[in-house]
Design a protein around this ligand. Sequence first.
Ligand code: NAD
Length: 422
Amino acid sequence: MASQNPVMEAPNIWAVAQQQFDAAADQLDLDDGLRRVLRVPKRELTVNFPVTMDNGRVEVFTGYRVQHNLSRGPAKGGIRYHQDVSLDEVRALAMWMTWKCACVNIPYGGGKGGVIVDPKQLSQRELEGLTRRFTTEISPLIGPDRDIPAPDVNTNAQTMAWIMDTFSMHHGYTISGVVTGKPISIGGSLGRNEATARGAVYTLLDASATLGIDLRGSRVAIQGYGNAGSIAAQLLANEGCAVVAVSDSTGGIHNPAGLDPAKVNAWKREHGTVVGFPGTDEVTNAELLELECEILVPAALENQITRYNAPRIKARIVAEAANGPTTPEADAILYDRGVFLIPDILCNAGGVTVSYFEWVQDMQSFFWTEERINESLKGIMDRAFGSVHEMAKRHDVSMRTAAYMVAVARVAEATTLRGLYP
Ligand code: NAD
């Protein structure tokens, strides 16, 4: 039965990212030279760096910063702390950022970073030391005009504050635009914390209108209960959905009558897990994906929906809040079965879009109201959904391939117009 476990599938996500690009390049009949350029990252930096732990022992950590393409603007992409980070994973995530920024048409290229570490094993002081030294090691690449990191799995506003402070100390003055996702008091943007989930909900509103599904009363299952997942749960409950199941790395909970996300949040804060929340049955992360529901929101890690479980997924809409949760084989199965998939580079682009607003506000030292931010985000998400859906209908392709076609065509145009140097 091991092969029934979707997590066991784990194809190399860099190979997946290239395969997804190839499909779009074929559809666009992209020039061979351009394909070779866009198929690989422009720069990759690997750093091994020491951190003194609380017990006085020196540990050496490995981290990466990858820039995939800079034709449309500076690199943009999060930094992930996880024990399974690899160069291939960071490459894939960097490439996806290029397409994501192009898909929603914001003026950035794609980058990503990661450190191989299980942050739960480190104290706050050790995490700060690790973050400051990692920032120093990647500082030849980052900067507000070059490459702007943001939070990703297991990093947050505090991590961004340490990166901003470290970079500013190197230069002798405050450079708030070097990262986004900062605390509000040091140049962060209102609405950034909720932006990924909010953007995903806007695309879900668009998708449900397209399919004629009423979100009110729709049952939602959400895998992953961090920034993206827990806030999506609250916003979807606000839209009248019944959030019937949620999970985190320790397991999942299910109540067909619906959960109150605010109460689940309080439980998780107190117990460190969603599991055990009163009035729910326990489900595994694999079982959660196959529950009876109209909307499934993967909001954890990659490779969760695979050829093994895709035939059993009951949802009518899959909204990819996570990056890369669906393998290409699973994509094909879901498409054939008529499941409407909102692909990651569209669905979770709300995070980078409000990061873009944060960067613009930092550059101008002029800060917007939350109302303006949410309205501007909605405009961008709705336009992007419209272009992708239009492309899907025109070429009779999946929403994933359509999103890639919109994005790759924009990056290809910018790269061609700029020409090859020298
Ligand atoms: P996070 O660290 O806040 O939360 C991750 C959640 O996933 C946690 O609840 C964790 O317990 C859970 N998780 C970890 N491993 C799991 C597993 N094997 N099975 C089930 N759950 C597991 O991270 P986040 O920022 O919410 O990111 C989640 C996903 O969304 C990632 O794929 C990330 O790349 C993507 N994303 C995040 C943002 C953002 O702005 N935060 C933007 C775009 C995309």
